[in-house]
Every structure is written in structure tokens, then in C-alpha cells.
Design a protein around this ligand. Structure first.
Ligand code: NAP
Ligand code: 3JM
Length: 338
């Protein structure tokens, strides 16, 4: 089998580190793995397939001879270096929001719109959606195909790992401090995150929504290739380490029962239905952490409208929400296009 020279940009971060693990776990045909980060990581190394690989400092020449680049070092790094990589012949799979809404750049969730990967030829870049969008569209796509979704109302309960390694540390430290009657240090978020919920993720925009909320609105329409779906979101950071949870309400064109949704989703790729109220079984962030599936439960008919469904969707934001989705895209690229 052909092997590929792969670079991970942001390899020392929460997402990049998971990318290295997922490449190994899924046995992606890596010929050479290049690990890239900032000058802060000089001297660091990571283990891949039992061997240690040094972390290099990202620069303009980093992509010579690299065929696939997995980027997760923030939007400004991608804005600068993704076009440089693409010009050097490296196909970029970008995890930041930098290129997601560029019309001729595909925005891909393999279970939903794998065919869009073909558009990588336009700019040499494929965008990976936001973590909250990914898990929602994995669960909604089969329902949309069956009965057409007219409107989505979503509220999220997002883990701190979505903000990166500094935020994981901040939740630990604040929790420890508060349990020891000390003042918590607040640095990463605008307020204390331990024992709290923050109705702000990313910056506020002119319309009063946050950028994270508008990512969910716009990305959902692009991935489902349907500009007519009405989407509204409230995104909330909660003191959970791994796993985003979402309360999702949908209104459909054709009536669908909760039972029919359960049946549809039990056959859907990437979805695991956990929905047994009598046994107190429903998706939990702590169970989703470290897993690949998108978990769906609490499926019930919205009795306030003629055709609507409520559900609870949970997934590991660092795996399916970021690293796994990117590697799945790389697998399709390698198998079908390269
Ligand atoms: P993180 O834990 O803070 O890690 C950031 C990584 O980027 C580190 O490896 C860091 O290297 C590197 N980096 C930062 N500035 C750099 C620069 N100027 N040059 C080279 N490398 C640089 O953050 P994370 O959670 O992994 O997230 C990283 C990015 O991925 C986010 O900013 C976001 O855009 C994206 N993301 C996407 C999703 C998604 O839903 N698809 C989810 C989470 C994050 P050092 O260790 O050397 O500082
Ligand atoms: C998740 O460049 C940055 O400030 C990164 C901000 C960020 C993003 C983003 O906008 O790319 C942090 C965490 C995301 C994301 O997936 O949209």
C-alpha cells in the first residue's frame, strides 16, 4: 500500500496530539510523520508507533515533500500557512474556522457529505467543521433525508477541552483552589468556569450572537447543502473536561415519530442510540469521552407542534469533533483521490 508524508500542525495541542493518536490507532498509511508547533515547543517530542519524533518549528519550508497536512494551530496560523502548504502541493485538512465558509472550499463530515471532498482540487484545502456542528449533523442527516428538517433550535453544553490545553488546566486548577477555600485564578475564560456555566463561546458579533453560535448556523446549512433550514443556537461552556452535549429541537416537514427516529438512527453511520429512560440510560459526556461515536438519546416528540422531535446528542469533541473527523477525511482522500 502507498504511504503518505503527513504533517500535523499544532501537534503539541489538545487536537494535534489526538490527531497523532488517531493516525496510529486507525493505522493510517503514514510514510513519514512531521510534527509542527511554535517555538515554545522546541525540544519536545511525541511518540508515534513506538518511536519518538521531535517537534519542529513551523516555517515557510515545512511542507516541502509533505502530501497531507492536518492543521489545528488556530485560525491565524491556518490563514498564513495553509495557502503556503497548498502551493507546495500539500493537501490541507484544516480544523480552524479560517476557511469553512469560503464557497469553493469543501466543509466535510464524512458520514454526511463525503462527495464534497472532490472539491479539494479548487484550493488544495478541505475544512473540518466546528466540533458542535459535526456531532449535530451526524445525528440529523438521516432525519433530514427522510422527512426534511425545517428548523433546528440547539443549546450546547460544551467541554473545556474545546478551548485547548490551557483551559483543561484552568478547570483543574480552579476546582482544586475552590475546594481548598482559595481564590480561583481566571485567565482563559472571561469568568470562573469551575462550578459555573458560561453563555459565551468565542467572541460576540454585532447581532448579539457569539461567533460559535453563528458557526453552528452557517456550517450546518453548508454541510447539509440546504440554505432553507432555519437554525438558531445558544452555545454554553460547562465545567466538563471532554465531551460536548447538545439539546436539539427540530421541526420537520413530514411527521416522524420518536420510534421512527430511533430506528433510523440505530442504522445511521457513526451514531449510537442510547435511549432507555426506564433504565435511566441516556448519553453522558463521561461515557462519550475517548469514544468515536455520536451518542443520541432522550428522543421524544415535541408535543407543542404538529411535527417536531427533541433529542440529546453527545460526542467526544476532540475525537469526532476534531481529530477523528479530520483523519476520516484523510482516509477518503487517500482511498479515492490520491
Ligand atoms: P491548544 O491545545 O492550545 O494547542 C494549540 C497548538 O497550536 C499547539 O500545538 C501550539 O503549539 C500550536 N500553535 C499555536 N500558535 C502557533 C504558531 N504561531 N505556530 C505554530 N504552532 C502554533 O489548542 P487546540 O485545542 O489543540 O486547538 C487548536 C486549534 O484547532 C484551535 O485554535 C481551533 O482553531 C482548532 N480547533 C478546532 C476544533 C474543531 O471543532 N474542529 C476543535 C478544537 C480546536 P505550542 O505548544 O508550541 O504552543
Ligand atoms: C475552536 O484562532 C483562534 O483563535 C482559534 C479559535 C477556535 C476555533 C476557531 O475559530 O477556529 C478555538 C476553538 C475553534 C473552531 O473549531 O471553530
Amino acid at each position: 500500500m502507498k504511504g503518505y508524508n503527513v504533517a500535523v500542525v499544532g501537534a503539541t495541542g489538545a487536537v494535534g496530539n489526538e490527531m497523532v493518536k488517531v493516525l496510529e490507532q486507525r493505522d493510517f498509511p503514514v510514510k513519514k510523520l512531521k510534527l509542527l508547533a511554535s517555538e515554545r515547543s522546541i525540544g519536545r517530542e511525541l511518540t508515534f508507533r513506538g518511536k519518538t519524533i521531535p517537534v519542529d518549528v513551523l516555517n515557510e519550508d515545512s511542507f516541502n515533500g509533505i502530501e497531507i497536512g492536518l492543521f489545528s494551530a488556530g485560525g491565524s496560523v491556518s490563514e498564513k500557512f495553509a495557502p503556503i502548504a497548498a502551493a507546495a502541493g500539500c493537501i490541507v485538512i484544516d480544523n480552524t474556522s479560517a476557511f469553512r465558509m469560503v464557497p469553493d472550499i469543501p466543509l466535510v463530515v464524512p458520514e454526511v457529505n463525503p462527495e464534497a471532498i472532490a472539491l479539494y482540487k479548487n484550493k488544495g484545502i478541505i475544512a473540518n467543521p466546528n466540533c458542535s456542528t459535526i456531532q449535530m449533523v451526524v445525528a440529523l442527516k438521516p432525519i433530514h433525508d427522510a422527512v426534511r428538517i425545517k428548523r433546528i433550535v440547539v443549546s450546547t453544553y460544551q467541554a473545556v477541552s474545546g478551548t485547548g490545553k490551557k483551559a483543561i488546566e484552568e478547570l483543574s486548577q480552579q476546582t482544586r483552589a475552590l475546594l481548598n477555600f482559595q481564590d480561583p485564578v481566571v485567565k482563559v475564560y472571561p469568568h470562573q468556569i469551575a462550578f459555573n456555566c458560561l453563555p459565551q463561546i468565542d467572541v460576540f458579533l454585532e447581532n448579539g450572537y457569539t461567533k460559535e453560535e453563528m458557526k453552528m448556523v452557517n456550517e450546518t446549512k453548508k454541510i447539509l447543502n440546504d440554505q432553507t433550514i432555519a437554525v438558531t443556537a445558544t452555545t454554553v461552556r460547562v465545567p466538563v473536561f471532554y465531551g460536548h452535549s447538545e439539546s436539539v429541537n427540530i421541526e420537520t416537514q413530514k411527521k416522524i415519530t420518536a420510534r421512527e427516529v430511533r430506528e433510523l438512527l440505530s442504522k445511521a453511520p457513526g451514531v449510537l442510540v442510547v435511549d432507555d429512560p426506564a433504565e435511566k440510560k441516556y448519553p453522558l459526556a463521561i461515557d462519550a469521552a475517548g469514544r468515536d461515536e455520536t451518542f443520541v438519546g432522550r428522543i421524544r416528540e415535541d408535543e407543542s407542534i404538529p411535527s417536531g422531535i427533541n433529542m440529546w446528542i453527545v460526542s467526544d469533541n476532540i475525537r469526532k469533533g476534531a481529530a477523528l473527523n479530520a483523519v476520516q477525511i484523510a482516509e477518503i482522500l487517500a482511498n479515492q483521490y490520491l
